[in-house]
Ligand binder design. Structure first.
Ligand code: CP
Ligand code: NVA
Length: 327
């Protein structure tokens, strides 16, 4: 069976580190010489990678299509109105058929079980391009961004131990994979969510289990008070309060999340570290972060966005070109 990338939980701490290091190496070499190294240029030549997306996407689509093209392959974008899946054909039949003609499937889905089932029935690697539980490609880019902003590049580990991340907002897919990745790499993560929007118990168990695979795991703290999460944080991060598929609850959610907007005053009141930086996977809405922070000097959101490309190249290289060997 092929090896799939459905969540950061599928990676050992060393593998996550290698994926991030490779992403960084590709970024440095490709940007400095302004071209793709020969070894990568034709890695997927003559191959098609299917991209089945049941939801909108800017970054994931552009970075993944760009990464496939950079490796010499042909991306085939299949939006929900393009294929029979869901209307006229089962996931099983779709997985069998698409995987019989392609080198990999990059899938954006609603319920995580859809991408898990796709992986179960596919004869080629499946990469999760966002489900309601996880967003691994985002987190590879996020760890790269954290490493670039906070570090000198050190030996085999990324040297992120001791960094503290504060997540202020919704307990969602991006948070779950970020918490898994952070704690695997020895970073602490403090999560502030409003009452009633906490990390579900089953997910808390997944995060703690993932952390336990690390030599020096980071810790997960949870609170309903943003200031408590922010104390001594190096990084303040959030995401939308209304994820795709939750649009019906918009009014209720906007009310529940009042007071959770990331602003300079909140960071100060909470006692963030002097040099805190701001991250957001995007797309961004003004309610979750003030314009001042979002467009200010602490914000690394556009670097984080660009890093999606380098993360996608690294993930495709590992899971498609090298068949799941993360070297
Ligand atoms: N961050 C992210 O996944 O953005 P898109 O929804 O635009 O792909
Ligand atoms: N949590 C958001 C992330 C979008 C990239 C969503 O699922 O819509």
């Amino acid at each position: 069976a092929p090896r799939h990338l459905l969540s950061i939980a599928d990676l050992t701490p060393a593998e996550l580190t290698t994926l991030v290091r490779n992403a960084h190496r590709h970024k440095t070499t490709i940007t400095s010489v302004n071209e793709i190294p020969l070894s990568l240029r034709s890695a997927l030549a003559g191959k098609t990678v299917a991209m089945t997306f049941s939801k909108r996407s800017t970054r994931t689509r552009v970075s993944t299509e760009g990464a496939i093209a950079a490796l010499g392959g042909s991306p085939m974008f299949l939006g929900k109105d393009d294929i029979q899946l869901g209307v006229n054909e089962s996931l099983y039949d779709t997985a069998r058929i698409i995987s019989s003609m392609t080198a990999a499937i990059v899938a954006r889905v609603g319920p995580h079980s859809d991408v898990a089932d796709l992986a179960k029935y596919s004869s080629v690697p499946v990469i999760n391009a966002l489900s309601d539980l996880y967003h691994p490609l985002q987190i590879i880019a996020d760890v790269l961004t954290i490493a670039e902003v906070n570090l000198s590049s050190s030996s085999t580990s990324l040297g992120l131990e001791g960094i503290k991340i504060a997540w202020i907002g919704d307990a969602n897919n991006v948070l779950f994979d970020l918490a898994i990745g952070a704690t695997k790499l020895g970073m602490d993560i403090s999560v502030a969510t409003p009452n009633g929007y906490e990390i579900p118990e089953a997910m808390r168990a997944v995060i703690n289990q993932a952390a336990s695979t690390a030599p020096k795991p980071g810790k997960l703290f949870e609170t309903t008070v943003p200031e408590e999460a922010i104390k001594d944080a190096d990084i303040l991060v959030t995401d939308t309060w209304v994820s795709m598929g939750q649009e019906e609850d918009t009014a209720k959610r906007l009310k529940a999340f009042e007071g959770f907007q990331i602003t300079s005053e909140l960071a100060k009141r909470g006692g963030a570290k002097e040099n805190w930086t701001f991250m957001h996977c995007l797309p961004r809405h003004p309610e979750e972060v003030s314009n001042e922070v979002f467009h200010g000097p602490r914000s690394v959101v556009f670097r984080e966005g660009e890093n999606r490309l380098w993360a996608a190249i690294s993930a495709l290289e590992a899971f498609v070109v090298n068949k799941g060997k993360i070297l």
